[in-house]
Design a protein around this ligand. Sequence first.
Ligand SMILES: [Zn+2]
Length: 365
Amino acid sequence: MPDITTFETLDREIERIGGKPIVLEALWAGDTGGWYLLLYIYTVKGIFFFKRTTRHLLGEVSSPEGIEYFTNGKPSVSLLAEQFGNKASEKYNLTFYFPSPKDTDEDCPAWTERHLAITCADCSKLIIPTDSPHLPKDICYDCHLTREENEKLKDDSPADGGVHMYLYKDDEYEPIGYCTNFESFPIAPFIEEKVKNRLNENAIDIVKLDRQDIIELKGKLENALDQKLDKYEIPVIDERKKRFIITHTLKYKGKEYELMRNFNDEHIRISNFIHSVETAEKAIAENYIYEFYFNKGITYRDDSFLRFIHYVCHGRTNIADISNRYTNILTDTEVLQTLKKLEQLRCVMISNDGVQITQLGQCII
Ligand SMILES: [Zn+2]
């Protein structure tokens, strides 16, 4: 099955199948490797009573190298498929059938299954209704996710919380990691006591570990790591399991260790400890401190606003643009209240109509 990158490739495939092409169909298929946009052709062969329509897979639509995954909010392969479809319609006077050009969706009917389909109540896309008892029957999965997201925005539901860790010096922040719970950081057992004592009841709590704290932490980490490495065993991997297991080699105190990155908790712990020692060494050598940002009073809506300002508007925008983004979801008053809250939390700065994300705002998303 060829990759279809040009109309010429597609046309060659249509010619190869032969017969009279009547419908060109573009449908999404997904697996663990991602989404694929597949093209099929329906052709009629034979004459009078012996006419038969058959469906043939032509290939996968594939963007030329260097093209971004999305173009103008649509998957780039969708735009390509639409170009190919229009050219094919002109050349063969066929019907181009592409039920989901905007979203990747596996639940769309094939051309011949349209009688089994319904129209999504929100986006009008043709879909085969889901048989899952947990999902609504009248809308597609994407619209279901959008409705859920909009509900969380309207309700101002609490976000997951979470903790971000940075190395910090002279207004420079280097992200080290994010965990939903502080306890999941590999270094947590060694600093838990200290960090808990320094926590307050603020919506965003910042806990700092200074140079002395980091030197102490490094000592504890090295002790724990030495104990683990005393019992280190080279991985013995069964030939049949080989393709499921990932290993890497890490150097510590001049010695190399081959470590499994999955299916071996002890090896994963050793890798995490080696990386944690390296981070501590870097902090000590280059005068960084550790900063932990605990998001406790941040809602789904706050997080969405900060992400919109930071990622979509590149850090700076105005109130009207933010209101537009949440049209039909939030009222202007709700938008203003949220911005006021974020201003009080020092996550944004507002001057006249302009809104700008602060360093603190960036550190918690
Ligand atoms: Zn829909």
